[in-house]
Design a protein around this ligand. Structure first.
Ligand SMILES: NC(=O)C1=CN([C@@H]2O[C@H](COP(=O)(O)OP(=O)(O)OC[C@H]3O[C@@H](n4cnc5c(N)ncnc54)[C@H](OP(=O)(O)O)[C@@H]3O)[C@@H](O)[C@H]2O)C=CC1
Ligand SMILES: N[C@@H](CC=O)C(=O)O
Ligand code: NA
Length: 371
């Protein structure tokens, strides 16, 4: 058996996705160490949250991060110092960003140019300014640069193969005409439970609380309800399809945040006051019901027209979008090759385990490229 190569892993963020990723990583490490053709030793050398970090100056692998991190008194290094620490590791390094933090996303070019690869479900890197997008992909080896590799499958549709499919459509020369569907696990869960096709359904505010408890929402659920999370995903898909979308606020996005709650100081205050607006949402539901329809939160990208939009629409109860279950996303790619029958991807679009699967899958892609 050949002697094992060593790859170092640094993980930022140990929330719902981070925890699930770290659990998948330990399984993967055990499988890869036994690979007969290419044995690999995966060494976890950094784990951090916004307040605490675990690492050793001599790059010794961390053990029992789950018990050690809560009691650690070590604060995280500032991002440039983290890059400096990682770049001196005695082997290839992959940074796994499981946060939704903008500052971490803004630092990707710094890590990539120094040869550190990145895998992440963080949408902010790919859906903020077009300048950041360009700077990330001009630094990465799987862009036009010569730095580390970067993959972000779980930034759209969690673990569903949405980004890899769109990239392959484009790279194999198909023309993408339109992308449409349900892009939010939270919004899918909310409307499927609030207005199921079979009738009935819960109070809107109670379903929002349930979506948060299930780990579907962003850290602050207002980022889902204001439509920005879906707008970020459509920005990413539109850019991959060739549209230079400037930002997720450069096209129409419908917010479900009541005007009176726009000034809430925190997500918790917002959740506490949301029940005051259940009657408004019930009216919306009743109006759709009168037409024999249901309300769903959808989005679309029209590539030839360069148009992106996000918001509520009414659907016949027989429509596939109306019949979604749980946190399912449905994403339809209309392309020249597929004609009138779009390529459709459907399945759970949120949740720790399925999102982490996309991140772990991306890590495997990087490990293959780092041979
Ligand atoms: N949950 C889901 O279903 C999906 C999530 N995603 C994306 O995955 C990412 C993680 O989501 P999720 O796990 O649900 O979020 P959580 O809120 O559960 O976890 C976020 C983690 O990031 C840490 N963090 C936040 N800011 C920083 C920082 N500046 N430096 C270091 N650590 C930081 C938090 O630490 P602390 O506790 O100290 O703040 C926490 O450990 C997000 O980008 C989200 O959009 C994508 C698809 C689906
Ligand atoms: N909050 C997001 C998480 C995945 O991107 C969603 O609900 O879809
Ligand atoms: Na995905």
């Amino acid at each position: 058996m050949p002697s094992p190569r060593q790859v170092f892993i640094a993980v930022i963020g140990t929330g719902g996705v981070g925890k699930a990723f770290l659990s998948q990583l330990s399984q993967l490490a055990s499988t890869l160490s036994r690979s007969p053709s290419n044995p690999t030793t995966i060494s976890l050398i950094w784990v951090s949250t916004s307040k605490k970090a675990l690492y050793h100056n001599d790059y010794q692998p961390l053990s029992n991060w789950e018990t050690s991190l809560p009691t650690s008194s070590t604060p995280p290094l500032p991002l440039p110092a983290l890059a400096e620490y990682l770049v001196k590791a005695p082997g290839k390094v992959v940074l796994v960003d499981n946060t939704s933090n903008q500052a971490v996303a803004d630092s990707y070019p710094l890590f990539l140019t120094q040869g550190i690869s990145i895998v992440t479900p963080n949408k902010k890197a790919f859906s903020s300014t077009f300048a950041l997008w360009t700077s990330i992909f001009s630094a990465a080896s799987n862009g036009t640069g010569s730095g580390g590799y970067i993959f972000h499958e779980s930034s759209v549709g969690a673990g569903l193969p949405v980004i890899s499919t769109l990239k392959e459509l484009v790279e194999t020369g198909d023309s993408v005409v339109k992308i449409e569907g349900v892009f939010s696990g939270t919004m899918s869960f909310l409307f499927n439970s609030f207005q199921p096709v079979s009738g009935g359904g819960g109070k809107f505010s109670a379903e929002v609380a349930a979506a948060k408890a299930k780990g579907f929402t962003e850290p602050d659920p207002r980022d889902d309800l204001n439509g920005l999370d879906v707008a970020r995903k459509l920005t990413i898909l539109a850019r991959l399809a060739g549209l230079p979308i400037e930002s997720p606020t450069s096209f129409p996005v419908q917010s479900l945040i009541p005007k009176e709650l726009e000034s809430c100081a925190s997500g918790d205050e917002f959740l506490a006051r949301l029940p005051e607006f259940d009657a408004q949402m019930d009216e919306l539901k009743a109006a759709a019901e009168k037409e024999g329809k249901v309300v769903r939160f959808v989005g679309s990208v029209d590539v030839p027209k360069g148009e992106v939009k996000v918001g509520l629409e009414k659907f016949d109860t027989s429509h596939p979008i109306a019949a979604l279950k749980g946190s399912d996303n449905i994403i339809a790619f209309y392309t020249k090759r597929y004609g009138d029958n779009p390529l459709i991807i459907q399945g759970a679009g949120a949740g720790g385990d399925v999102t982490a699967m996309g991140v772990t899958g991306d890590l495997l892609k990087v490990l293959r490229l780092l041979q």
